[in-house]
Write a protein that binds this ligand. Structure first.
Ligand SMILES: [Zn+2]
Length: 287
């Protein structure tokens, strides 16, 4: 991706090396918000609940060293975040007729507290609608290459654009609609709704890439393949196969590798924000 020399976002909240405090997250509020937490990987929000206990001890420890080798990556994600701000500000103004509200990007190491509760880096990047922040441990970018075999800077850009996609859903109201239904439907139906929301975030990541390319010529050869590689790597089927050796389609919450790549690609090709609603209109077998 061509990114050097462009604006870096000032919405980056750098908490790397900072100890995780013991700020009490109200049980009620934390739990409600938790249900709508959206992650990149095929995690189960209920499983997340158990991880969301405040970490033991440590809170009195001073800040740790931040790895200076992470600086270029920090600069890169700050530029990508700025690029998402530019694209979504314009699309909100011209196509929705209102102002876009920038999300914050929190960089952290190991563990972090959010309005959705405590989280650990093992969960992967996530977006918390309660505070409108995207949470990213830069170590995950390394893992994309090593653990998920999805190398390349544009793989990282896709991940960030996907999480920002969840923010866009939150602002437009798509996530509310899903949350509303979530309490009233079967587990299988809940998973289906979750898949639709995740594929839509992939689509929105593609829409972002389309407009960033149109206005800034960001793509280098191989970039699209890098993003598609990452989208496939975090498909439910691939992750389940990796973790347990077999797949259980009913338990999918994020969509298969093929679905995730397809929707990212469609967003990239069309750049058409209006078509995002198709994710909630198409029958399940056409996703
Ligand atoms: Zn997601």
């Amino acid at each position: 991706m061509r990114w050097q020399g462009r604006r870096q976002s000032d919405n980056v909240e750098d908490r790397r090396g900072m100890p995780v405090g013991r700020l009490a997250v109200g049980g009620g509020l934390g739990t409600i918000v938790l249900l709508v937490v959206v992650m990149l990987l095929g995690g189960d929000p209920q499983a997340l609940l158990q991880q969301m206990q405040p970490p033991a001890g440590d809170s009195a420890a001073g800040p740790q060293q931040v790895d200076p080798a992470e600086q270029p990556l920090r600069d890169f994600v700050s530029v990508v975040l700025a690029d998402t701000e530019d694209v979504w500000r314009e699309l909100f103004k011209t196509q929705i007729g209102r102002d876009y509200r920038d999300p914050k990007l929190v960089l952290y190491t190991g563990q972090v507290e959010s309005a959705c509760g405590f989280a650990s880096a093992a969960m992967g990047p996530f977006y918390c609608p309660g505070d409108e922040k995207v949470y990213l441990d830069l170590g995950f970018c390394e893992e994309l290459q090593t653990k998920y075999q999805a190398p390349g800077d544009f793989a990282v850009a896709y991940v960030l654009a996907h999480e920002v996609g969840h923010h866009v859903q939150n602002l437009i109201g798509y996530s509310d609609r899903v949350d509303e239904q979530r309490g009233r439907v079967s587990k299988a139906k809940q998973n289906e709704l979750s898949v639709r929301l995740e594929l839509q975030a992939d689509y929105l990541a593609g829409v972002w890439a389309h407009h960033a390319e149109r206005t800034k010529k960001i793509l280098e050869s191989g970039d699209v393949e890098e993003a598609l590689g990452a989208a496939s790597a975090v498909g439910d089927d691939r992750l389940q196969k990796q973790a347990q050796g077999y797949i259980v389609p009913d338990s999918f919450t994020h969509g298969t590798s093929a679905q995730r790549s397809r929707w990212f690609r469609l967003g990239l090709q069309t750049g058409d924000l209006a078509r995002a609603k198709e994710l909630f209109e198409l029958p399940e077998d056409q996703l």
